[in-house]
Design a protein around this ligand. Structure first.
Ligand SMILES: Cc1ncc(C[n+]2csc(CCOP(=O)(O)OP(=O)(O)O)c2C)c(N)n1
Ligand SMILES: CC(=O)[C@@H](O)[C@H](O)COP(=O)(O)O
Ligand SMILES: [Mg+2]
Length: 642
């Protein structure tokens, strides 16, 4: 839905237009931009509080710099709505995250102002440094490169790797640390405490300010005093200040903390910093959700609230008289606490997604046994390995796409040592509006090839509980359970736990001629397709594989002895996925059958609603039905897939 922009904002198509305004008009621009974000997100959805927090910073950067020649790299990119609106995309902003519309994250293909594609955290400093080094090499010494990184994103190891490198490069890099004390949930860790201490502790700031004042006074007392003061300044700066500030110790010039909501001060500061070469860090203090009182008060809820009434703040929920099935993440969260009550070896680990994964349920119930380790997927995995090495049973819950970060740790630290770490991969499969950076497309393929690893996926809530129960039993080794974003299918899900024999699938329906082999929750789409097909006298068999590894050999022998046509269905990438596993089984056992593999094709799937994307990829109920009809030469093949 389109909304109207304020009068000043209407005049700004591109940053060039912004730069024609007077500095005295910038506060009004910020006000209108903030209102535009509120109006837009309330009716169209998307990330919210983070963009509100960086309105002034965004305006100041585009005002003070010559974008797109100067390059701004947003970390994660969920806070870049203001940037998009100011850089030629105001008129299409109502298509944000909608199929065929603009992306919710900066994307190089979308605009020359999006200097680098983002979505996963903690990449901005590395990318900006790479650009700065390339510019220096090309002789573009006037070109500015700015990484805007949040305090949450700074908890990611990659950010530190980049700071470590940048500190010895002379290239023109400005890191702006947007410190709002929040990740999605409250930020965690010693680094966060350090940032709070330099922001709030009077001692560091007063020490630095007093020192500068004293030096200024001394230097006014004549040339000798001036020379002495200069020496003192250098030695104090070179030792005391350096030691007193982590970033200075890493060879960055540290500036701040400054008020991130004072747009004119920010403009002046950024202009000044343009003339200082080498690595610099500007520490900016902001409020996540700034300007929308409810968001300022409950920043986690308003990180990405969905549609809401902007006047009352009521978040819109779908209403239904019938009891609704729960989200898979909540089944995970509650079941984990139940299991942990019975098994004191169970621990919970999340890298910065307590709310998103529902690990917050265990963190609340058992604070000494559940950990938010920050945006640190690699550490989360190896920390879990350490716990497992001491006989604990860690449930390490990581979104499928974020787990890509920790692949070496999965192999080197867990699988090679056959440690009993349970990897719960939430958001497995196509996630919807977040798009390609967040689709959990690859985990079946990347986990299936790891020795010792069990790879499983529940078709419903009961199965998720039972797989979790099974995974924590003695000596199960590395155990992956993947499940999708969103709701399950069972309103009454809290059934007693039952062990599932590892590597055992389920036959859901016998059939004729053709069998559907599904893996995970997407099997429910197969059920819908089968119901339709039966109306036309077509009876596919249906097997829920449950395990991609080990495969249920007995079940597969039955399938290939009975059926000459097989369709595999997975919410994961086709290369290396469950369909591939079935083809391997066939070759190894010399079976011949007509096989169609349905899943995510070997291409980038853009953003859109989950169901729309399944449809496009051809593995929703209509796509499965179509393939069955084609294979069985049945009727009604037309117009099932648009
Ligand atoms: C590798 C990775 N892990 C987790 C996330 C999920 N995530 C997105 S934003 C965010 C919090 C970022 O906090 P911060 O950088 O401080 O930005 P803020 O929202 O506070 O502006 C998290 C954990 C992600 N995008 N990438
Ligand atoms: C920007 C980011 O990475 C997160 O905010 C992500 O969008 C959360 O996804 P869910 O909504 O699936 O928890
Ligand atoms: Mg933050």
């Amino acid at each position: 839905m389109q909304v109207e922009a304020g009068p000043l904002l209407q005049k700004i198509e591109y940053p060039e237009d912004l730069r024609h305004l007077k500095e005295s008009e910038l506060e009004e621009v910020c006000k209108e931009l903030r209102q535009y974000i509120i109006d837009m997100v309330s009716v169209n959805g998307g990330h919210f509080a983070a963009s509100l927090g960086v309105v002034e910073l965004t305006v100041a950067l585009h005002y003070a710099l010559q974008t797109p020649y100067d390059q701004i790299i947003f970390d994660v990119g969920h806070q870049a709505y203001g940037h998009k609106i100011l850089t030629g995309r105001r008129d299409v902003f109502h298509t944000n995250r909608i199929i065929g519309g603009i992306s919710g994250f900066p994307k190089r293909g979308e605009s020359e102002y999006d200097a680098f594609g983002v979505g996963h955290s903690s990449t901005s400093i590395s990318a900006a440094l790479g650009m700065a080094v390339a510019s220096a090499y090309k002789g573009e010494t006037d070109r500015q490169h700015v990484a805007i990184i949040g305090d949450g994103a700074l908890t990611g190891g990659m950010a530190f790797e980049a700071l470590n490198h940048a500190g010895i490069e002379k290239s023109n890099l400005l890191v702006i640390l947007n410190d709002n004390c929040m990740s999605i949930d409250p930020n965690v860790g010693a680094m966060k405490e350090y940032l709070t201490s330099i922001t709030t502790s009077k001692s560091y700031n007063r020490f630095r300010d007093d020192l500068i004042a004293v030096l200024a006074k001394i230097s006014k007392k004549g040339p000798n005093a001036y020379g002495w003061a200069k020496k003192l300044e250098q030695s104090i700066k070179g030792t005391l200040l350096k030691n007193a500030n982590l970033f200075e110790s890493l060879n960055f010039r540290y500036f701040g903390p400054v008020d991130g909501h004072d747009v004119n001060k920010l403009v002046k500061t950024i202009e000044d910093l343009k003339h200082i070469n080498g690595p610099k860090l500007l520490h900016v203090v902001t409020v996540k959700g700034k300007g929308y009182a409810l968001a300022e008060k409950d920043q986690t809820k308003w990180h990405a609230p969905g549609l809401f009434d902007k006047i009352t703040g009521e978040i819109k929920k779908s209403v239904s008289d019938k009891p609704q099935p729960p989200k898979y993440q909540d089944v995970f969260g509650h079941s984990l606490v139940e299991l942990a009550e019975a098994n004191d070896k169970i621990m919970g680990i999340t890298p910065a997604m307590p709310s998103g994964s529902s690990m917050n349920i265990m963190m609340k119930a058992m604070p000494d046994r559940a950990f938010d380790v920050g945006i640190a997927e690699q550490h989360a995995v190896t920390f879990s390995a350490g716990l497992a090495a001491q006989g604990m049973v860690p449930f390490c819950n990581i979104y499928s796409s974020f787990m890509q970060r920790a692949y070496d740790q999965v192999i080197h630290d867990v699988a090679l040592q056959n440690l009993n770490v349970v990897f719960c991969l939430d958001r497995a499969g196509l996630v919807g509006a977040d798009g390609p950076t967040h689709h959990g497309a690859y985990d079946i393929a990347y986990m299936r090839c790891v020795p010792n690893m069990v790879v499983s996926s529940p078709m419903n809530e009961e199965e998720l509980r039972n797989l979790m129960y099974t995974a924590q039993l003695k000596d199960k080794g590395p155990f992956t359970i993947r499940y999708p974003r969103g709701n399950g299918v069972m309103p009454d899900w809290k059934l007693p736990f039952k062990e599932i024999p590892v590597g055992k699938g389920r036959k859901l329906a016998d059939g004729e001629e053709i069998a559907i082999l599904s893996f995970g929750s997407i099997g429910n789409e197969a059920c819908k397709a089968i119901r339709k097909l039966r109306e036309d006298g077509i009876h596919p068999a249906h097997y829920d594989l449950r395990f991609a590894k080990p495969l249920d050999q007995e079940l597969l022998h039955e399938v290939f002895k009975k059926y000459s046509k097989v369709i595999t269905v997975e919410d994961g990438c086709l290369p290396g996925g469950i369909g591939s596993a079935i083809l391997e089984f066939m070759v190894d056992n010399n079976y011949h059958a007509q096989v169609v593999r349905l899943g995510i094709p070997d291409e980038i799937v853009e953003h859109g609603e989950q169901a729309e994307l399944w449809h496009i990829c051809g593995y929703d109920a209509a796509g499965i039905e179509l393939q069955v009809r084609k294979l069985t030469k049945g009727i009604k093949t037309e117009s099932l897939v648009g």
